[in-house]
Design a protein around this ligand. Structure first.
Ligand SMILES: [Mn+2]
Length: 318
């Protein structure tokens, strides 16, 4: 079984160690980095935590402040080629894996990777609801104490990725949930997660409701304004909450690409499989059965209707 013992054998104590959450990180990525940093410290390895891009979630920003999580943007971390990197909750492929200087020594993730990672240590468990659950198991097998703020953040990561334990939940997620629920501060965690929208997001929802196109149980929601990954995910979840809808695609223009958020309530049409099928040749995507995401470079974007048709075809509706 992979775990903290094996991970430690791949770390050089003489070199700087950085735990990297994915770009524009979510709660699960920050929680995993935070908890893993604590566990490594107990083994005598000092590490720094960082993320690419910016934090676009107000709820996550507040959690970082409240739980005193020492994480910063990779830009301000001043990384060089000698740095050892551990990636958590995301992996973009072996070419230019993290976009950062340094060597990737380890990868811990719960998404199916686009290709076999070639770093010395990797632990990928696609059936887990969150990366936080994997790190929870590291704590468990190391018999390490869960401090309250660490348990709270891991609980938030788990609740966020599983939509409050309603999607992609494996038995081990339930075990993690019941432990973290009592050892962390579930009231603070839930409050932060459930208040992630603000009045300023209403315009986005208005636009989404006006622009959505429904075919049978498939809702296609093209947006014109840029929005955060979190807001886009909440819009996708909102449409999935409509009784008639079982598959949702939200698409949004970002600077040089279009970004997609996908939801499925149907195991026969898994999000990750349908995204890859629909974006074949024009973009990249992945995720899990119930949720996924992807992107299309601007110059390859087939237009809103073109993209909608690709999904209709991928879903077998055309
Ligand atoms: Mn995750």
């Amino acid at each position: 079984m992979k775990g903290i013992d094996e991970l430690c054998t791949h770390i050089d104590p003489e070199r700087r160690l950085v735990i990297q959450a994915h770009d524009f990180p979510d709660h699960d990525a920050v929680a995993s980095a935070f908890a893993l940093g604590f566990l490594l410290k107990r083994r005598g390895f000092e590490s720094e935590l960082c993320y690419g891009g910016t934090i676009q979630s107000e709820s996550l920003t507040e959690a970082i402040k409240l739980l005193q999580i020492p994480i910063d943007s990779s830009k301000s971390a001043g990384l060089d080629d000698d740095v050892q990197l551990i990636l958590v909750d995301g992996f973009a492929g072996n070419r230019n894996m993290s976009g950062l200087p340094g060597t990737v020594v380890a990868l811990i993730d719960h998404h199916t990777p686009p290709e076999e990672p070639d770093c010395p240590y990797f632990d990928i468990r696609p059936d887990y609801g969150s990366c936080s659950t994997i790190i929870f198991e590291y704590f468990k097998s190391a018999d390490a104490p869960l401090k309250k703020n660490i348990a709270t953040m891991l609980l938030m990561g788990l609740m966020m990725d599983t939509a409050f334990m309603t999607r992609g939940v494996a038995p081990v997620d339930l075990e993690a949930f019941s432990t973290l629920f009592f050892q962390g501060d579930w009231e603070t965690g839930s409050r932060l997660l459930k208040n992630s929208l603000s009045l300023s997001d209403l315009g986005l929802f208005r636009e989404a409701i006006n622009s959505c196109e429904v075919a049978d149980d498939f809702a296609f929601v093209p947006l014109q304004q840029e929005c955060s990954a979190e807001a886009m995910a909440l819009i996708a979840d909102f449409f999935l909450g409509l009784r008639e809808i079982h598959f949702v695609v939200v698409v949004e223009p970002d600077r040089d690409e279009y970004r997609l958020s996908v939801r499925s309530e149907d195991g026969i049409r898994p999000s990750d499989v349908i995204i890859r099928r629909a974006l074949n040749g024009i973009g990249a995507g992945g995720g899990h059965v119930h949720m996924g995401g992807g992107s299309i470079p601007r110059d390859l974007f087939p237009g809103e209707q073109g993209l909608r048709k690709r999904f209709l075809k991928a879903l077998g509706k055309e």
